[in-house]
Design a protein around this ligand. Structure first.
Ligand code: ZN
Length: 105
């Protein structure tokens, strides 16, 4: 086997390992950035939810339930009214639910 060729190959592998090492470092920095951004967004989200709850205190029992969510839950067969929230609708349409959905929508 040609010694020169072996040395050249080793040098080549060394160079590639160096590049991979740099790539790993760069990925690590990106992961840290993403974790920090996620943490900031989580905190911002909590802050905004708190403000939203203060603006609509009557909806505090189920924060974050937008109209679409409620309508979907209702159409899936559950009550969304305050009277029976979350229980299965066994008697067809519920007037309390419908009036809530009409009000919210
Ligand atoms: Zn209902």
């Amino acid at each position: 086997m040609d010694k020169q060729a072996v040395f050249a190959e080793v040098a080549n592998v060394e160079e590639r390992i160096g590049e991979l090492y740099a790539q790993v470092g760069s990925l690590k920095r990106k992961i840290v950035e993403l974790i920090e951004e996620n943490q900031k967004l989580t905190m911002e989200n909590a802050k905004l939810r708190k403000i939203l709850d203060q603006l609509h205190p009557e909806e505090q029992v189920h924060p974050g339930d937008g109209y679409d969510n409620l309508a979907r839950i209702y159409h899936d067969g559950f009550h969304v009214c305050h009277v029976r929230f979350g229980s299965l609708r066994t008697d067809g349409d519920c007037l309390f639910c419908l009036s809530l959905l009409n009000k919210t929508g």
